[in-house]
Write a protein that binds this ligand. Structure first.
Ligand code: P1T
Length: 389
């Protein structure tokens, strides 16, 4: 598929064909996994474009091309995990730099900003961006970067990406958007003004809970060059085999996301009516505070739901202990349904005080709705909730 096709073809077509060129020697429709760590040169310094697998690998490049085509970006850069994308981007800031982050971010991102970046001289300010204007007076002369997730993890607040991009650019900062929860199928932050979009590929993009990997996409050549320089210098690259699996996962992203969303909508409606549930947070529900913004900014509402049950952590644990098809585990975005309790699992790195301010209570449950038959998921929740009280 030529690069120009990536502007005109549909999402599903790009997900299958972008970067996926049949092998020129054998004609293999699925190109073989390129496992070699090094590439033969015809004379010293004369090579095919590949020298050493950390700096460039054909299987990784296939994946990077495909994700870039799905995000509407020119350049994709893959990493060994979502967390190493964060680390690599923050390492492009020099000591003395300042970043602004949405206050409700993945616990590991919060941990990196507060416990690692700070030792390298990079300071972070956390802001509630539910009202984008809250960022206005947070910029400092050394603010280089604004970081946000939308929907946020785990309270699923929707941030006005276009408005935050404008504030960032007016103040000479770039905007990085973590698009993990939406996947490129439901949202393209670059089209809303973001300078870099990042994903934990571990989640929807790979989609089968068997790869840890990350990716960044940009349209800016200078940022791309910085990222590839850091990718090679820091060396947090994915293996060829993981790149192959993630590229394979991408081929079904469209139909998986459609089913994730269909199931999530039905489950959000079921939970809303359940007597043991206090609150259901799903951007697709008209009761969600940013439902209208989500409708404008996204092409759908995704497969993530958070809900607050009545009672205490004891009730939550009883419910979780009785689930039969839905698994208690961290992570999200796989074909199987997963639930977790952010306060004691993914967001344990956030202080108790900050968790309370964000509404990450012990009774908040995050549900990554899988693509099983929805009747089974509803029945499983129903019986587990009944047994918990
Ligand atoms: O796990 P890793 O591939 O390193 O990705 C980190 C990451 C980045 N951004 C978001 C929005 C994420 O949710 C994550 C990882 N999150 C989980 C493991 C979780 O259960 O929320």
């Amino acid at each position: 598929m030529s690069p120009s096709d990536s502007q005109t073809t549909g999402f599903g077509t790009r997900a299958i064909h972008a970067g996926q060129n049949p092998d020129p020697i054998t004609g293999a429709v699925i190109p073989p996994v390129s496992l070699s760590t090094t590439f033969k040169q015809s004379a010293a310094g004369v090579h095919t474009g590949y020298e050493y697998s950390r700096s460039g690998n054909p299987t990784r490049e296939n994946f990077e091309t495909a994700v870039a085509a799905l995000e509407g970006g020119k350049y994709g850069v893959a990493f060994a995990s979502g967390s190493s994308v964060t680390a690599t981007i923050i390492n492009t800031l020099h000591s003395g730099g300042h970043l602004i982050s949405v206050n409700d971010v993945y616990g590991g991102t919060y941990r990196y900003f507060t416990k690692v970046a700070v030792h390298n001289g990079v300071d972070a300010t956390f802001v509630n961006l539910s009202n984008a204007a809250n960022i206005k007076d947070k910029f400092k002369p050394n603010t280089k970067l604004v970081w946000l997730e939308s929907p946020t993890n785990p309270t699923l607040r929707i941030i006005d990406i276009r408005a935050v991009a404008e504030y960032a650019h007016q103040n000479g900062a770039i905007l990085v958007v973590d698009n993990t929860f939406m996947s490129p199928y439901f949202q393209n932050p670059l089209a809303l003004g973001a300078d870099i979009v990042v994903h934990s590929v571990t989640k929807y993009i790979n989609g089968h809970s068997d790869v840890v990997m990350g990716v960044a996409v940009t349209n800016d050549k200078a940022l791309y060059e910085k990222l590839t320089f850091m990718q090679n210098s820091m060396g947090a690259v994915p293996s060829a085999f993981d790149s192959f699996l993630a590229r394979r996962g991408l081929m079904t992203l469209e139909i998986r996301m459609q089913r994730h969303e269909q199931n999530a909508k039905a489950i959000a409606e079921f939970l809303q009516k359940n007597e043991h549930v206090e609150e259901v947070i799903y951007p697709g529900l008209p009761s969600h505070p940013e439902h209208e913004l989500a409708k404008r900014q996204q092409r759908g509402f995704g497969g993530m739901i958070s809900f607050r049950v009545k009672g205490t952590l004891d009730n939550v644990n009883k419910m979780l202990g009785n689930l039969q098809h839905i698994t208690l585990a961290e992570s999200l975005g796989g074909v199987e349904s997963l639930v977790e309790v952010p306060a004691v699992m993914t967001h344990a790195a956030v202080s108790a005080e900050d968790r309370a301010a964000l509404g990450i209570t012990d009774t908040l449950v995050r549900f990554s709705v899988g693509i099983e038959n929805v009747e089974d998921l509803v029945q499983d929740l129903q019986q587990a909730l009944d047994k918990a009280y």
